[in-house]
Ligand binder design. Sequence first.
Ligand code: CMP
Length: 136
Amino acid sequence: MSERTLVLIKPDGVKRGLIGDVIARIERKGLKIAAMELRHLDAETAKAHYAEHAERPFFGELVEFITSAPLVALVVEGPRAIEAFRSLAGLTDPVKSAPGTIRGDHALEIGENVVHGSDSPESAAREIKIFFPDRF
Ligand code: CMP
């Protein structure tokens, strides 16, 4: 069964020229790109996207970082796309992520970990609606 997930190539990934690398990994895996946009997020959208982290001590930092420069938002589609992309991305902590994963290959800091991927079907539906309200 095909499903959709929301992927973000975060400002650190865009600044470092990793858009092509991330997209190549998604395509090489066999997942499809159903929507894609380069976008500079406003604080309101960032807070909505990260609403589940609103009470965390790093929330302010998270919103500041994600709105600091343009990101790329993608809807990625395929069989078990949510789990498939999270496996490509690696763990939230890049140092604990295996080499061969996006974060394992490209990052060292939890806060600047190159990509985001939805963590459940409910999150995916909610996040896709925030970034691409009229498309799906
Ligand atoms: P992401 O998958 O985008 O979802 C929530 C983000 O919060 C996560 O990736 C991390 O980048 C970020 N995050 C998690 N823990 C911390 C932390 N301790 N300090 C800063 N950012 C964090």
